[in-house]
Each structure stands twice: as structure tokens, then as C-alpha cells.
Design a binder for this molecule. Structure first.
Ligand SMILES: Cc1cc2nc3c(=O)[nH]c(=O)nc-3n(C[C@H](O)[C@H](O)[C@H](O)COP(=O)(O)O)c2cc1C
Length: 198
């Protein structure tokens, strides 16, 4: 038997999901979430499905010192891949670490030799944790944006955050208030990604 009823929580959840959208860190301003809200966001992250309960991810909420290390890492990473980068380009790279009221680094902790849970499943778990965090931020009235780039995979990043073997910086999560109202984001049509078998 099937049911097509839409209980109120489902309607609310759908509205929340529709309203979440990527806001670039340049467009995220104060106020950002304080510690109590941040803890609620990480509690939401902790409800992510996690095959084998490996906890294949962690987050660092960057303070001023962490942002400084991130800014050096971005500049170093740019210099490593392009020794001819200009001072302006290096300054741009550094500036990325200063944007947004709250900046969180998302790190995957991938076990490669696990018999039942390959690394790709562990990455799925991190994606779910991030999405839960973003939706919880939206529910608390905060906008968010994800940023990545080649700096994430650089040796400079590994050094700056003392990443252990199997750890990989995946993206930054910026949290704050959207500078401008956001237009609804078009979403992919269901026919593009679902096939209902008869
Ligand atoms: C792991 C990850 C990294 C991302 N990195 C960037 C980025 O560096 N720059 C950017 O503009 N968007 C980045 N995004 C956000 C996507 O561009 C955004 O989610 C996509 O355009 C869909 O828009 P929506 O989130 O508003 O639905 C990233 C998303 C993910 C999942």
C-alpha cells in the first residue's frame, strides 16, 4: 500500500530545502551564528548516515589564528602551482580566508583499507553531514556557502592544518547573513535524474 499524504513536517522540510542555496562568501556578512547555534549545527551534522560508524569526517571552526594559517596556505598553494603568480593574485588568495563571519573547514578522514566501507561511501557520509549542517543553518536563519579549489588539495593545506594520513580538506563552509535577498534557485527537473520503474 502507498500513501501520498504530505504531513506538515514534510512541507516545512521541503520549504527549508528549497530556500537553502549557495551564497558566495563575499556576500555573507554579520551576523553569523554564535557558539550555541554552531553547536546545534554540528549536532545536525552528527545525524548523517555513517556506514560502519567510522566518523569519516571532522570540522574545524577557524578562529583568527586558523584564518591566518588558511590565508598563508592559500597563498603558498598558489605559489606552488604558479611560481609566477603576482603579488595581487597572492593577496586575492589570502583574502579568501578573511571572508564571512564564520568559517568552517570540512575535512574527510578516509580509511582506505576498510573491508565493508570504501572511501567513496565515507565521502558520501561527509556530504550528508555538510548538507545537514547547511539545512540546520538555514533553519536558524543563516545563509551559507561552500568553497573549495585547488588550495584544498595542496601540501600547504596539509601542513597548515597538520592533516593526518587519510585526511583530506574538502571545502570551506562560510556561514552568515546574505547581503542581498536571494532569488529562488531553479532545481534540476526530476526527469533528469529519476526513473520510476513500473
Ligand atoms: C564540495 C563542494 C565544493 C564547492 N565549492 C565551490 C566553490 O569553490 N565555489 C563556488 O562558487 N561554489 C562551490 N560550491 C557550491 C556549488 O557551486 C553550489 O552548491 C551549486 O552551484 C548549486 O547551487 P545551490 O547550492 O545554491 O543549490 C561547492 C559545492 C560543493 C558540494
Amino acid at each position: 500500500m502507498t500513501s501520498d499524504a504530505s504531513p506538515e513536517p514534510a512541507t516545512m522540510l521541503a520549504a527549508l530545502m528549497q530556500s537553502r542555496q549557495h551564497t558566495g562568501p563575499k556576500h555573507l556578512v554579520e551576523p553569523g551564528p554564535g557558539e550555541v547555534v554552531l553547536r546545534a549545527l554540528f549536532s545536525a551534522a552528527a545525524t548523517a548516515p555513517d556506514h560502519g560508524r567510522l566518523l569519516p569526517w571532522r570540522f574545524i571552526v577557524l578562529g583568527p589564528e586558523g584564518r591566518k594559517r588558511l590565508s598563508h596556505a592559500f597563498a603558498e598553494a598558489l605559489h606552488e602551482r604558479d611560481p609566477a603568480a603576482t603579488e595581487d593574485q597572492l593577496a586575492d588568495a589570502r583574502a579568501k580566508a578573511a571572508r564571512g563571519p564564520v568559517l568552517v573547514l570540512a575535512i574527510a578522514r578516509l580509511q582506505s583499507g576498510h573491508e565493508q566501507v570504501p572511501p567513496e561511501e565515507q565521502l558520501v557520509s561527509l556530504g550528508a553531514a555538510i548538507q545537514n549542517l547547511l539545512l540546520a543553518a538555514e533553519a536558524h536563519g543563516f545563509a551559507s556557502g561552500l568553497s573549495s579549489g585547488r588550495g584544498m588539495r595542496s601540501d600547504a593545506m596539509r601542513r597548515a592544518f597538520e592533516l593526518a594520513e587519510g585526511e583530506q580538506a574538502i571545502c570551506c563552509i562560510t556561514l552568515g547573513t546574505a547581503l542581498r535577498p536571494r532569488l529562488p534557485r531553479p532545481r534540476p527537473p526530476m526527469e533528469a535524474f529519476v526513473f520510476f520503474e513500473s
